[in-house]
Design a protein around this ligand. Structure first.
Ligand SMILES: [Zn+2]
Length: 309
C-alpha cells in the first residue's frame, strides 16, 4: 500500500541529538492529529502564540476527515469532502501562521461502530508499525523539540484520535532509536511530548445539556471522556488569541454548523471554553528539560494560567 507523504522539510545540518543548534530560528514544534479541525479546537491558540514568537510549527494530520459532517450541502459532497476539508485545514492553519502541513493520506475511520470503521483504507485498519514508521520519519525530518498529540482518551474516544496517540507516542521512541531506520533523517530525540487534553469535568458539563454532543452516550461511557483535571499539568491561557482561534475554527466550515461541540452554548460559556488550552506532559525514557523549559511549558508559564475554575 503506498501512502503519499508530503515532502520533508529541508534537512538542517547535523546536530547533537537533543541539543539545540546555534541557529537563530528556534527548533519546530510538531503537532500530530487525526482530522482537519482537531488542531483548531484543541490548540489553535497555542499554535498562534508559538508562531507569533517565531517558533515554526509543523502539523501532521493522518486523514482528510472524509467521514466528517457536511454542515451545508453547498460546501461539499461525500466525494469531495476530503479535498474540501484539506482546503479548510490549510485555511485554518494560515490564520495561526502554519503553512507546513503534512497529510499522511489515510482515510477517516468514522466514529466507533459506524460502517466507515470497516473501510480497508480507514486509518485504524492501517498496520500500526506502518503508521509509526511514517510518523517517526516525519519526526526525524522535522527535528522538533516538542511533539503534541492526543492522549489515550482521544479527547472523546474517537478511534482515529486514540490510534494517533498510540502511533505518535511510539514514533517518538522509534525516531530516537538508531537501530530503527525510517528512510528520513538521522535519529532524533524530542525534548517534550504533550497530550492535548480536555478536562473531564468540562465534558461532563457539556454532556448535561439536553442538546449537548454527548447526550446519547451512556453515563458510564461519558465518565471516561477527557482527562481528569487533576492530571492536567500544562494550561495555556489563550484568551487574548480567542478571536483568531474562532477564525481558525470557523475556517472548518463543513464542521461548524448545527450540532457542533459549541452549538447552542451561551456566548459566555463559549468564551470560557475557548480561553484555555490544556495539555499533559508525558514521561520520556531519556533525559529532558525540566517542565516549563520547553516551548509549550514556557507558554503555560508566561500566560500565567491558573488551574481551570
Ligand atoms: Zn478528530
Amino acid at each position: 500500500m503506498s501512502i503519499p507523504i508530503a515532502t520533508a522539510a529541508t534537512a538542517t545540518p547535523p546536530a547533537a541529538v537533543g541539543v539545540p543548534t546555534e541557529d537563530v530560528t528556534p527548533a519546530p514544534v510538531l503537532f500530530a492529529y487525526a482530522h482537519p479541525d482537531d488542531e483548531a479546537f484543541g490548540s489553535a491558540g497555542s499554535i498562534a502564540l508559538l508562531t507569533g514568537r517565531g517558533v515554526p510549527v509543523v502539523l501532521v494530520c493522518a486523514t482528510r476527515g472524509e467521514a466528517g459532517e457536511i454542515s451545508d450541502p453547498r460546501l461539499a459532497t461525500r466525494e469531495t469532502i476530503g479535498a474540501v476539508r484539506e482546503a479548510e485545514l490549510r485555511a485554518a492553519m494560515a490564520v495561526v501562521g502554519v503553512a507546513d502541513i503534512r497529510l499522511l493520506g489515510y482515510r477517516d475511520s468514522g466514529m466507533a461502530g459506524t460502517a466507515e470503521n470497516d473501510d480497508p483504507r480507514a486509518f485504524v485498519n492501517a498496520p500500526l508499525p506502518e503508521v509509526v514508521a511514517q510518523l517517526a520519519a516525519q519526526i526525524r525530518a522535522v527535528r522538533p523539540t516538542t511533539v503534541v498529540t492526543f492522549g489515550a482518551d482521544g479527547i472523546y474516544g474517537h478511534p482515529d484520535h486514540i490510534y494517533t496517540y498510540r502511533a505518535t507516542a511510539a514514533a517518538v521512541e522509534v525516531a530516537a532509536d538508531p537501530d530503527q531506520p525510517t528512510g528520513l533523517g538521522e535519529p532524533w530525540r524530542v525534548d517534550a511530548l504533550y497530550f492535548n487534553a480536555i478536562p473531564r469535568e468540562r465534558i461532563e458539563a457539556m454532556a448535561e445539556r439536553s442538546d449537548g454532543p454527548f447526550r446519547s452516550m451512556p453515563p458510564e461511557e461519558r465518565a471516561k471522556l477527557g482527562t481528569p483535571e487533576a492530571e492536567i499539568d500544562t494550561i495555556v491561557d489563550v484568551a487574548d488569541l480567542r478571536e483568531r482561534k474562532v477564525r481558525a475554527i470557523r475556517a472548518h466550515q463543513t464542521q461548524v454548523g448545527e450540532g457542533g461541540p459549541m452549538a447552542n452554548l451561551p456566548p459566555e460559556q463559549v468564551a470560557q471554553f475557548l480561553s484555555r488550552e490544556f495539555f499533559r506532559r508525558a514521561p520520556l525514557p531519556w533525559e529532558v528539560s525540566a517542565p516549563g523549559q520547553d516551548p509549550l511549558g514556557v507558554l503555560a508559564q508566561e500566560t500565567a494560567a491558573v488551574p481551570a475554575d
